[in-house]
Each structure stands twice: as C-alpha cells, then as structure tokens.
Design a binder for this molecule. Sequence first.
Ligand SMILES: [Zn+2]
Length: 390
Amino acid sequence: MSPADRKRRIGERVDARRDALDRLALEIHARPELAFEERFAADALCAYLESEGAHPRRGIGGLETAFVAEAGSGEPVVAILGEYDALPGVGHACGHNLMGTAAVGAFLALRETLDGVRGRVRLLGCPAEERGNGKTYLIKAGVFGDVAAALMYHPGDRDEVDPLMLAMVNLDIEFAGKAAHAAAEPHEGVNALDGLLLGWNALSALRLTIRSDSRVHGIITDGGKAANIIPDHAAARLMVRSPDNAYLADLKRRVLACFEGAAQATGCELRAEWSEVCEVVTTNRPLAEAFTANAKSLGRTLHPRRAADTHGSTDMGNVTTIAPGIHPFLSITDVPIPGHSVAFAEAAKTPQALETMHIAAKALAMTAIDVLTDPGLAKRAKEAHNGHKA
Ligand SMILES: [Zn+2]
C-alpha cells in the first residue's frame, strides 16, 4: 500500500468511528474531572479501546488515570498523546474532551493501516495537564525514551502550527503569624494576611517592570478564618511564566524577594515551595510541516504564530525538550473565544468542535504514517531536534 493509500484508509477508518468518537467526547465533556481524578474519562477511553480489540495498560508512571497502548512492531516509534482533564468551575473550558478522544481515534485508525510498515504507534493517555505536569511522570517512566515523534493537537480558536507556549513554574506561598483578638489585643498578634498582601502589592509593582512576554499571576487561597481574629495563616498560589528559561530563573528570584521582604517587614514566617518547571514548547519544524500538509489535504490551513500571542503553558513542553514533537492548535469556532472560559467549554461540545476532532484524528494519524514510511522525515526531525538542543 502506498502512503497515499494508507492516508485514504485512515480517513475512512476515522469516519467509520465518527458516532462512537462523538459520543465519547460528549460524555467526557458532560463529566468534567480535575487533574489526577480523570477516572470516568480514562475508563471510557480504555473501554472503547478494549471494545475495538486494543488492550491499553493502565497506571503508567504511577498515575492511576494514565494509559498506554501500542500497535505495530519494531522502530521507529511514534507517540500520539491525548489529554482529558478539566478545570475547576468551568469544566472542559480547554477542550481536552476532544483531545483524548481524537488520539484514540487516530490510534485505532492507524492499527488498521500498519500492515507492511516497520515501526510502532504508541497511544499515551496523559492525565493532569491543567495542574500537576502529568507528562513529567510519564517522562520519568521512560515512555518517550525511544520516541521519534511525539504528536498531539489542541483545540483553539485559530488554526496555528507553532503556538508560543511559555515555560511555567508554580509557587506556593504561606505566611505564618500569630493569632490574637483583633479588637481586644491586636498588638499581641502577627498578621499573616497583611504580610501576604504586602508581598502581593510588591508583586503588582514588579509586574509593571517585567518583560511583556512574561507573566506572573495567582490567587489567594487562605486569608484567615474570622474578621475578629488576627490571621495566623495566609496562603497564595502563583504562576510565573516566560518564554526564556534564563529570564524565568531571574523572575523567580525577584518574585520570591517580594514575599521575603514582606515577611521581614511584618515579622511573619515565610514558607515558599516551587513546583517542577513546565518547559517551553519546541515545535519540531519537519514534523510541523508534515502535519500542516496533512491538515491542508483535509481542508484546514495552519498559520504561523502571531507576534505577542501566547497560549499559556503545557507539560507537552517537557516532552518536546526530550523528543521531536508538535502541539498545533485547530480551531473549533468561527469567532475568537478565550480559552479557559465558559464560552470555550460551550464551544467544546458543538458539531464544529466534533468535526475538528475528526480532522485532528486524521491529521495526527496521517503524520504518524509519514514518519513511519519516510525515513527521511524521521531523520530530519531528529536533526532539527538535536540542532535545537545544541
Ligand atoms: Zn489545554
């Protein structure tokens, strides 16, 4: 079978499963689950794989809701990644219900297209993208060690091949003070909330002088228990982001200094804990060109990133650091809709979103076929990856 025949077959096999894939995406949309708790989604996707004769293995990387399935034999290995976690309060406002399902659709179509092809396709069910850097657990489990191409897509409001996804790190801040009656003996207390707010205000001043491509934002998670008690505890969660690793390191130092100074000024004790870094997405150009050509054949034109546009951060960045990878966006709407909004959650269950999901499944699977049947592409992808690292 020629690569063109295989791609035609992929289209047929995704189309044959449209109803089942749509049902899965809508069921997962209706049952949004937070990071590390995506039991319904993982069960539903794995049950469907089982019903099609694929046998996913659960719990990889020590994550209950992660799974892996493979098809084919030998090398190279192409990984197809899908996410399925949601956001607190706004459900599937990032459209991950469409991503896990598209990855499963791509994998099942590929299983029926690999006859006579050397190499494997590895489907990876990836929990906890919105919080917790789930893919870093999978990286530690070694599932990317032999991967020649790591492919995924993300729903968006614009077809974009090389989105800017910033490096990001979480900071958990706690101020410890001393409780006291806020009216009778305020002088006996040490106000943890005031300490935190002083640091927060210093941070607001800092934000006026940082690079426009970098971000610091957060929420206060504890501001005390009662208005008539001097708070002995206050806490915040912050996110610090930049496209530049060196600048991120410097920004971390400056952000922390805001709270260190405030702790000293108020006599509070400061506890600060940084998370692992979620790295910048490095789009692999040869793989991106292959995906763009396949999307084009399916009627979608992918655009390069626009200056000053950012899509936040993703643990896919860490994957693209160690393996050639892509993370393009495919639009599910005709009008601009901000991500992580109620409107985006609504858009993630429309017929247009489901149609885009079918296209994504096909384009991902077709790009996998390109890597598996064209040794030149795998070689160029590797060279581009090594060149970027150098
Ligand atoms: Zn997302």
